[in-house]
Design a protein. Structure first.
Length: 250
């Protein structure tokens, strides 16, 4: 991907999203940062973006968009493909028009805790995920952390992962392997101030989340969360499913 910034190194190119994020984390690019993904990437480790003000990381806004049809993929067991680690004011816009699209896909079928495609953690707030496909195949149990999208815990003494907007996205399987959970939120419960709050999931297609012998969940909001807006989403399966006795489909 190409990175253009108003501070530090003005422009550079990287072969993975992780490479671009690592450069931002190191303070190579600062200020207003734009990342344009021009080709498919294969991520062999988590692409994790730190909060501005952490170490050398310094940016006001960071925007990620594709040029053409782009897939960011990896097979990461027990890890997120992309992580917003306290990152604020990030916009990921897949555009989904004019031949532009952006797919994030973690193809791992692992049931190991943490297997996910997009993770919010350590007070990642005021981020917009728009017009993207967020695909995964994790088989984590219903109360195990993970899923295509995972809202995790607050920073120590922090305010939680707040005011994030996921809109007009497609949240479904990576290929033929279906995920057990599309969206999972499990936050910090120390105090109400630490809860993940005021997050929005709207106008999304949430589909083909299913495991026959265990609980399957489209959106599961667990403890440490409050005041979410979930509206105008479509939940569906593209084929008949048969649940084993004792397993629920939420």
């Amino acid at each position: 991907g190409n990175v253009v910034a108003t501070g530090g190194t003005a422009m550079a190119s990287y072969t993975t999203l992780k490479g671009a994020f690592d450069a931002v984390n190191a303070g190579t690019h600062t200020g207003t940062i734009n990342i344009t993904l021009t080709a498919n990437t294969t991520e062999t480790a988590t692409a994790s973006l730190n909060a501005s003000g952490t170490g050398a990381t310094f940016y006001g806004t960071l925007t990620i968009m594709p040029s053409g049809a782009v897939v960011v993929s990896g097979a990461l067991d027990g890890l997120p493909l992309v992580e917003l680690n306290g990152a604020d004011n990030v916009t990921i816009n897949g555009l989904d028009s004019g031949g532009n699209s952006l797919i994030f896909t973690n193809t791992s079928t692992s049931a190991t805790t943490g297997t996910s495609t997009l993770k919010f953690v350590n007070d990642a707030s005021s981020n917009n995920i728009l017009n993207c496909s967020i695909l995964g195949s994790t088989t984590v149990a219903s109360t195990t952390n993970g899923g295509n999208i995972w809202f995790s815990t607050a920073a120590s003494g922090g305010n939680g992962n707040d005011n994030n907007n996921i809109q007009l996205c497609k949240i479904g399987p990576a290929g033929a392997n279906l995920p057990s959970k599309a969206v999972w939120a499990n936050g910090t419960t120390t105090a109400t101030a630490n809860f993940n709050s005021n997050n929005t999931i709207a106008q999304c297609q949430i589909f083909d989340y299913f495991q026959a012998a265990q609980i399957s969940r489209g959106i599961a909001i667990s403890t440490g969360n409050t005041d979410w807006v979930i509206q105008n989403n479509a939940f569906y399966q593209t084929a008949p499913r048969t649940q084993t006795t004792g397993a629920d489909h939420d």
